[in-house]
Ligand binder design. Structure first.
Ligand SMILES: Nc1ncnc2c1ncn2[C@@H]1O[C@H](COP(=O)(O)OP(=O)(O)OP(=O)(O)O)[C@@H](O)[C@H]1O
Ligand code: SF4
Ligand SMILES: [Mg+2]
Length: 322
């Protein structure tokens, strides 16, 4: 299983009235072929900014200030805008938060998928229609409904159409950024099950951005946990559930009900994510960490490999003692 996407020391800042917001700082991780990576963390921790940096969609007042993003070995932060336009559908595509962002209410869903295919691939309209019908069937919608308009579908079905659209040009990597938010719990579960099924069948790589830790632990192969613009822990789901290392990861797990263990006491995390304009010197989690040492307010812990393929950024984690 080779590496498909590799993000190295990525930093993205925003200019704000209060100063420079260091929204993403020195973020490194990778996604293997056919792997589903969960990117998780509280609101404002930088998950969407990471996704948009990978897609090169950060606009003023934001800027990717340093780092590299390699897709199948190619540095995409250096690609031209024209190359990026091709790459965005054919190599990486996005399932947006709201299907309404993906679908235009005045065209049939079929015409929209066909247009996306024709724009990016050298195929006839007849071939594009055939693929559109196949895509709809794949996401559980009758292929003949390609002539329907978005308003003729329920919210869950529109989200299925958005998934079909994301798959239209056979990308290798899909980024799903909170793509089931706003749907009822049952529909969310169905959409996520569909995504997992397609990922396995098509050997896709997926970055699943979510607040929903139980869902992410149920379906992702590996998980990267972000806190205040940094990745604080990155491990296989199994390893994280068995031996979470970072105090923030442990706090997130403790803050989540465990349906397999009803004795598990849910404890919310006190305090708030610090402002990313002039973030605290040292560990960004220090104000909420009950284990903080003096060193934690002076030095920033690095993300270190504490066990094979298990990374954590904490002075107590075993990797930052040197
Ligand atoms: N256009 C912008 N201008 C200024 N700051 C921004 C902008 N977009 C994002 N930020 C800042 O970047 C930081 C990270 O935001 P981001 O949206 O990436 O977080 P997130 O983890 O996706 O949060 P959520 O879970 O709420 O979607 C926040 O501090 C936010 O204020
Ligand atoms: S480095 Fe210090 S403050 Fe940060 S998580 Fe570890 S112990 Fe807590
Ligand atoms: Mg977000």
């Amino acid at each position: 299983m080779g590496t498909l996407l590799s993000v190295e020391n990525l930093s993205t800042y925003f200019k704000t009235e209060k100063g420079i917001s260091k929204a993403v700082e020195n973020v490194s991780f990778h996604v293997n072929e056919g792997e589903m990576l969960g990117l998780i963390g509280e609101s404002g921790c930088g998950k969407t900014t990471v996704a948009q940096s990978i897609l090169r969609l950060i606009e003023y007042p934001g800027k990717v200030v340093s780092g590299s993003v390699y897709l199948a070995g190619r540095e995409i932060l250096k690609a031209s805008e024209a190359e990026m336009r091709k790459l965005r559908w054919k190599e990486i595509s996005v399932i947006p938060q709201s299907a309404m962002n993906a679908l235009n209410p005045i065209y049939t869903i079929g015409d929209q998928i066909i247009e996306a295919i024709l724009l990016h691939e050298d195929v006839t309209k007849k071939e594009a229609l055939k693929r559109t019908k196949e895509l709809l069937e794949m996401v559980g919608i009758d292929g003949d409904r390609w002539k329907s308009y978005p308003h003729e579908f329920s919210g869950g079905m529109k989200q299925r159409v958005a998934i079909a659209m994301a798959l239209a040009c056979k990308p290798k990597l899909i980024i799903s950024d909170e793509s089931t938010t706003g749907l009822d719990v049952l529909t969310q579960a169905q959409i996520i099950a569909l995504l997992k099924d397609l990922q396995k069948k098509m050997n896709l790589s997926v970055i699943l951005i979510s607040h929903d830790l139980p869902m992410v632990t149920a379906i992702c192969d590996r998980i990267a946990i972000m806190y205040a613009g940094k990745i604080v822990e990155w491990a296989s789901t199994e390893q994280l559930l068995k031996e979470a290392n970072h105090p923030y990861s442990k706090a997130l797990l403790n803050a989540t009900p465990d349906l397999n263990n009803l004795d598990h006491e849910v404890t919310s995390i006190p305090g708030m994510v610090p402002s990313l304009v002039n973030p605290p010197l040292g560990c960004r989690f220090q104000s909420r960490c009950s284990l903080a040492l003096e060193r934690c307010s002076q030095e920033s812990p690095k993300l270190m490999e504490i066990k094979p393929r298990h990374f954590s950024a904490c002075f107590l984690g075993g990797g930052n003692n040197g």
